[in-house]
Design a protein around this ligand. Sequence first.
Ligand SMILES: [Zn+2]
Length: 326
Amino acid sequence: MTSLRRAFAALCLATMPLATQAAEPPRFEVVALGVGGGVASDNLSGYLIRAAGDDHYLALDAGTLVTGIDKARATGALKGTTGYILHQGIAAYFISHGHLDHVAGLVIASPEDHGDKLVYGLPSTLDVISRDYFNWEAWPNLADRGKAPALGWYHLTDEAPGAWFAVQGTSMSAQLWPLSHDAVVSSMILLRAGGDYYAYFGDTGPDALSHGKHDLAEVWQALAPLVRSHALKGIQIEVSFPNDVPDAKLFGHLTPTWLLRELQVLAEASGGKDALRGLTVVVDHIKPSLDAGRDPRALVRAQLATGNTLGVRFVEPAQGERLVFP
Ligand SMILES: [Zn+2]
């Protein structure tokens, strides 16, 4: 009896650290449904994010949706049937701005999405979605406003900049921040789960090319305390073009040099040049090139590595890849 009890105690001790490890899920998990910045319609901006302990995802843009779910199922990043993931897995959507390459997947899949979901965005973004897509001309009006009859499958949910709101069907809360993206107002969503944060940026240009606007400067000020306290688990932001694309041709996008300059501003606001050391920065929206022999992804990766004096951990996800943020 005694030896049995001793053996049982030893077994418990031996398995406890393993059990503790296994029970510690990542603070955030991101699945890339589409990563490209254009040209190929089966690989446009779309991501799913969920927090530790959540069963359901928030979609971060939906340029490519069903095709991306299939790609992520093929890599094992998503489990279950495509229909299950679309209907039950995705609890709600966030759309950063109204450009087609961020909403096409949502619109095309909408008749199969079985409705009653919230779509979050800045009022100006949701105006575009209502006016230009769900208008009975470009597509049937499955939204809950705009041209009658509004079928109401999607609840377009305006969120004012800077105000916290609960993300439907998840444990996360969020706030939106406007970004300057050429002639369009784009946005960043700051997600919070417990004491952890993740910042997902829609398309954005650098402040220096944004005609006197300082949207990124304001965002960096807001994120700086979270960097300082190590509560910010990741930043996801675009680099659309390699450095050889001139400023006049960026049209509200970033290059490696411009992203590094902007991150320098965040570092300074967060306590100095070492403040971002080890921070994960997910780089997305790299525009593919149709020019033979030109590989923008390789160029962007090399240029970010060369200029990375901040010690940031850059990640360029592939379509279908699952990223975890401990
Ligand atoms: Zn855009």
